[in-house]
Design a protein around this ligand. Structure first.
Ligand code: AHN
Ligand code: ZN
Length: 330
C-alpha cells in the first residue's frame, strides 16, 4: 500500500514536470512565431514609387522656387497624415556663391517621448544645375532629381505610411534635410569645399529639432531608386558606424537583396552623413550607389534624372531592408 502511494506520488510529480515543460515549449514556439511572422510590415514599392513621382511632378525642387515651397508643404502634410509629430526648421542658409537659400528641414517623429531612437535621413531638394550632363547647353538647367533626392524621400514616406499602423520598439525620426545639392557648379573656379554641400544637414546637426537630441544610429538614403545600383560600405560610414553597416548589409542579404548590397569597401563620399557624424555625433551610415568611374548612376546631375531612372525593385530592396533593421532593434 505504502509503495503504491509512493508510485502514484512519483507519477504525479513526473507528469507535472512534463506538462510544465510542454507548456513552456509551446509558449516559446508561439512567441517566436508571432515575432518573426507579424512584426515587420511589408514595404510597398508601388506606393513608394508614387511618392517619388509626386515630388518629381512639382518640377525641380530648387531652393527659392515655388516648386520647392509646394513640395515642402506636401512632405510636411504627408508626414502629419501618417501620424508623425512634424517639425519644420525654416532657415536662410548662404550658398557658396552668396545666394541666400530659404531652406526648410522637415522632421517627422514617432514616439517622440521615447529616449531610444533611430534617425532616418534623406535630402529633399534637387540640384539647380545639370552640370554633369553630356550636353553642355544643359549645364545650367535645373534637374528633376527623381533618383538624386526624391527616391530616398519616397522610401521614407512609404516607411512613414507603414509606421502609422505599426511601430517598432524604438522611436523613429524621419528627417528630410534641405539644400544638400547646392554644392559648387562644375564650372566654378574657386576652392571646392565639402561644406558647400549638405547645408540643411549641417544646420540640423548643429541645431537639432529637439535640444540634446540623440539617436542610437542614423541611416542616410541617397540615390536609392536607380537601376542596378551596387551599395557598398562607404568609407566614413565604415569608420564611424561600421557595426551599423554590417547590420544593414547582413539584413539585406538575409532578405535576398545581396545583389544590391555588396559586402565590399566603397569609396568616401561627401554627403549629409559627414556632418551628422561630425556635429551631431550620431553614428550614421550612407546608403549610396558605388560607382568606380566616379558617377553615382548613369544620369547623375543630368536632365535625365527623371522617373525613367527609377526602378521599383531597388526601392523595394532598400525599403524592406530599412524596415527590417528598425523593427529588429530593442
Ligand atoms: C560629391 O559630389 C562628391 N558629393 C555630393 C553628394 C551628393 C550629390 N549627393 C547627392 N547629390
Ligand atoms: Zn546630387
Amino acid at each position: 500500500m505504502k509503495r503504491n502511494y509512493t508510485l502514484i506520488f512519483l507519477c504525479f510529480i513526473l507528469s507535472t514536470l512534463i506538462a510544465c515543460s510542454n507548456t513552456k515549449t509551446v509558449n516559446n514556439n508561439t512567441e517566436t512565431t508571432t515575432k518573426t511572422v507579424t512584426s515587420v510590415p511589408q514595404f510597398n514599392a508601388d506606393s513608394a514609387y508614387q511618392y517619388v513621382k509626386a515630388q518629381v511632378d512639382f518640377g525641380p525642387r530648387v531652393p527659392n522656387t515655388q516648386a520647392h515651397v509646394d513640395c515642402g508643404n506636401y512632405l510636411a502634410d504627408k508626414l502629419a497624415e501618417f501620424g508623425a509629430k512634424v517639425t519644420s526648421q525654416y532657415v536662410d542658409l548662404p550658398a557658396y556663391n552668396g545666394t541666400l537659400l530659404k531652406a526648410r528641414n522637415i522632421i517627422g517623429s514617432y514616439k517622440p517621448e521615447t529616449k531610444k531612437r533611430i534617425a532616418l535621413f534623406s535630402h529633399w531638394d534637387s540640384r539647380p544645375w545639370a552640370d554633369e550632363d553630356p550636353d553642355t547647353k544643359k549645364h545650367y538647367t535645373p534637374i528633376l532629381g527623381a533618383n538624386d533626392g526624391a527616391s530616398g524621400v519616397g522610401v521614407l514616406l512609404e516607411i512613414a505610411r507603414l509606421l502609422q499602423a505599426q511601430q517598432p520598439e524604438l522611436g523613429i525620426d524621419i528627417i528630410f534635410v534641405d539644400a544638400e545639392d547646392y554644392g559648387a557648379h562644375s564650372a566654378y573656379n574657386g576652392p571646392r569645399k565639402e561644406e558647400y554641400w549638405a547645408l540643411g544637414s549641417q544646420y540640423w546637426a548643429r541645431n537639432p529639432h529637439v535640444q540634446g537630441y540623440n539617436a542610437r544610429f542614423g541611416i542616410l538614403l541617397d540615390m536609392v531608386g536607380g537601376r542596378n545600383p551596387e551599395f557598398r560600405y562607404e568609407g566614413l560610414s565604415e569608420e564611424r558606424a561600421g557595426n551599423v553597416n554590417r547590420k544593414v548589409w547582413k539584413t539585406a542579404k538575409a532578405l535576398g537583396f545581396g545583389s544590391y548590397f555588396v559586402q565590399e569597401e566603397g569609396g568616401y563620399v561627401t554627403d549629409d552623413h559627414v556632418f551628422i557624424n561630425k556635429y551631431a555625433n550620431i553614428p550614421t551610415i550612407d546608403i549610396i550607389p558605388y560607382y568606380p568611374e566616379g558617377s553615382f548612376f548613369e544620369h547623375w546631375h543630368t536632365v535625365k534624372d527623371d522617373m525613367d531612372a527609377i526602378d521599383k525593385g531597388t526601392l523595394q530592396a532598400v525599403g524592406q531592408t530599412v524596415m527590417q533593421v528598425i523593427f529588429s532593434e530593442e
